[in-house]
Design a protein around this ligand. Structure first.
Ligand code: IMP
Length: 178
């Protein structure tokens, strides 16, 4: 049996600092507007909670959940919306909060679902961006950190539902067999 090893990529202080910077940037960009924040469950919850508390804006918050990954590290097939948006976003400025954009398939699917509801605008803020793995072209307007092609956990991100509560962000490396 192989065990995973964790390698620290971003410590909690660095994440907190970057989230503060994103909050300031977003507050400036949306100054004076009301923003419909849409979090993508489950992984977004830690990042979203930290980010929204640094926004100097009038925001509403709702969540969607999309199934695209099983217990494995690769997409299991087409994306399905398993939790619908509970608010009307017609004519609203929407800010989608993602944990990580990897192949881009999940985000592309979500954006087409949201665009069909005629919002005024949609932007995306992701804590992490894995540009090297992109298969579907999607615009990510605000990025916390770029990461290489490694599987990452912590700060809401999981591997088989584990590691979400880690305050830092770690690369998950397979252990060398003995
Ligand atoms: P995409 O559709 O390939 O962009 O994948 C999006 C979703 O896959 C993310 O919202 C995560 O839930 C999951 N995911 C992708 N890469 C990672 C990773 O490195 N760690 C944990 N989850 C990941």
């Amino acid at each position: 049996m192989t065990q995973e090893r964790l390698q620290l990529l971003f410590p909690p202080e660095q994440i907190a600092q970057r989230i503060r910077e994103l909050g300031e940037l977003i507050s400036t960009d949306y100054s004076g507007r009301q923003v419909a924040v849409v979090g993508v469950l489950k992984c977004c919850f830690v990042f979203l909670a930290d980010l929204i508390r640094g926004l100097d804006l009038d925001v509403t918050i709702d969540f969607v959940q999309i199934e695209s990954y099983g217990a494995l590290r690769e997409p299991t097939g087409p994306c399905t919306l398993v939790k619908e948006l509970g608010i009307d976003i017609t004519g609203r400025d929407v800010l989608v909060i993602e944990d990580i954009v990897d192949t881009g398939a999940t985000l592309a699917h979500l954006l087409s679902e949201l665009r069909a509801r005629s919002p005024e605008s949609i932007r995306v803020c992701a804590l992490l961006n894995k540009q090297a793995r992109r298969r579907v072209a999607v615009a990510v307007d605000y990025v916390g950190f770029e990461v290489d092609d490694v599987f990452v956990v912590g700060c809401g991100l999981d591997f088989s539902e584990r590691y979400r509560a880690l305050p830092g962000i770690y690369a998950l490396l397979p252990d060398e067999p003995a």
